[in-house]
Ligand binder design. Structure first.
Ligand SMILES: C[S@@+](CC[C@H](N)C(=O)[O-])C[C@H]1O[C@@H](n2cnc3c(N)ncnc32)[C@H](O)[C@@H]1O
Length: 416
């Protein structure tokens, strides 16, 4: 473990990168000291939930206890916003509010589908370049697999905040009504938003993303918009939310203080924010992380590249403090550790580990191409060699590697 390591800010990629994807050696000097080493978190002592996954005793066999478009966002059009006010939507509407009448939607909707292709992967077109993970089929499969992992962690749950969603009521036509408003930031495939909308038909669930990769057929109380949450939010006073959720948004925000100010401002007083995040790092309780030379090199380079890109990936451990600093109340964090591979004795962890092993292999393939080619100038071949080297280690039964997931909640006292 290397707590407290500072990231050198004066290292240019060309100075510190071998630009070669030959196998990294265990003794290779670190080009970017990550905030963590193997083992645990350097932020102090993150709360590992007692009695839940992540407990030391759960693990088996010792040593491991375990094209640029800068148009403003389409739903800012007044003519579409009126529909947004409806608490629960008509099931004849399109899932894309933006398609329903804005004078600007013609050009914008076509441009957001002009995806950008690079290194054999497909990337978003709206605000092109802002986000470094692909949005193609392979990435969508990864997100949906990870959704399963997030839910497994919560034994089927979708959130940890103490939400008080009013019981379902119906209007004269038997349609559910309610004004509990939920916003899902960076909704991805929309799978979380859809599940929430199904579970709470009396709530209105809005999902926003840079990529229009959500399905058309969604519950009537679920809406998706192409939007950039790094913009100034323009929701009206009567559009405040009861619950704002973001999952796996690491590496998507350049100014988190501003992000949380906007979240707090657009929550009703007493409304909850919940961030579900993974650490963009790999851990071990034995020397596995040190022995996993491809993996170690990969996370170090990934972390440094994301900082150079201006949106650091490995920030999950900072969210609790950021929420406190933004003035949220009753801020709490739950942390879970998942083995990469089915090597834990505990059946729940074993199942999680099996899924995580598959997910992490997809994850390295998603996280590597853009950052390693744009920042470290890796060729596609070098990217591929790196990806395969790391994937091999994730499959290596002699390595006991671990990932960390967190759920961080805070209540808004009202606008700052
Ligand atoms: C890792 S994915 C997570 C998706 C989803 N929350 C989930 O857990 O399945 C991050 C998502 O954030 C979106 N995103 C990144 N930056 C964004 C921004 N500035 N505004 C809106 N969405 C953004 C990406 O397009 C991507 O779909």
């Amino acid at each position: 473990m290397c707590p407290g390591n500072e990231n050198p800010t004066n290292n240019s990629p060309s100075q510190s990168s071998p630009r070669s994807a030959s196998a990294p050696s265990a003794s290779q000097p670190r080009t970017a000291d990550g905030p963590h080493g193997s083992g645990s978190d350097s932020s102090g002592s993150p709360h590992v939930v007692a009695g839940q996954v992540g407990e030391a005793g759960d693990y088996d066999e010792v040593p491991v206890p375990i094209v640029v478009d800068n148009d403003s966002a389409i739903w800012h059009e007044d003519d579409t916003r009126d529909d947004d006010n409806a608490s629960v939507f008509s099931d004849t509407d399109s899932a894309y509010e933006s398609l329903a009448g804005s004078s600007r939607t013609g050009s914008i909707t076509s441009s957001i589908y002009n995806y950008v292709y690079e290194n054999g992967r497909r990337y978003h077109a709206y605000r092109s370049g802002q986000y470094v993970l692909p949005n193609d089929e392979a990435e969508q499969e990864r997100l949906d697999l990870q959704h399963h992992i997030w839910r497994l962690l919560l034994h089927g749950g979708l959130y940890t905040a103490p939400l008080n969603i009013p019981a379902e009521e119906s209007d004269a036509w038997g349609r559910p009504v309610g004004d509990f408003r939920i916003l899902d930031l960076g909704t991805g495939t929309g799978i979380w938003a859809i599940d929430m909308a199904e579970e709470f038909p009396q709530a209105s669930v809005f999902g926003i993303d840079l990529s229009p990769i959500q399905p058309d057929w969604v519950p009537p109380n679920c809406r998706f918009h192409v939007d950039d949450y790094e913009d100034d939010w323009t929701y009206r006073e009567d559009e405040k939310f009861d619950y704002i959720h973001g999952r796996a948004l690491s590496g998507t925000v350049s100014d988190w203080a501003r992000f949380y100010r906007q979240v707090r401002t657009h929550l009703k007083p007493g409304g909850w924010c919940e961030m579900q995040e993974y650490d963009a790092w790999i851990f071990s309780d034995d020397d596995s992380f040190e022995r996993a030379v491809w993996t170690k090199n990969w996370v170090e380079k990934l972390d440094e590249a994301s900082q150079m890109y201006g949106k650091r990936l490995n920030v999950a451990r900072f969210h609790k403090q950021w929420m406190i600093e933004a003035g949220f109340e009753d801020v709490q964090e739950k942390m879970f550790r998942i083995p990469i591979g089915p090597w834990a004795k505990d059946p729940h962890l074993k199942e999680l580990g099996r899924y995580e092993q598959l997910h992490m292999q997809m994850s390295v393939a998603s996280h590597t191409p853009a950052l390693f080619s744009r920042v470290w100038h890796y060729t596609p071949q070098q990217c591929q060699v790196t990806i395969e080297g790391v994937k091999n280690e994730f499959r290596n039964p002699n390595l006991r590697l671990i990932t960390q997931y967190r759920f961080i909640i805070g209540r808004s006292p009202g606008p700052p």
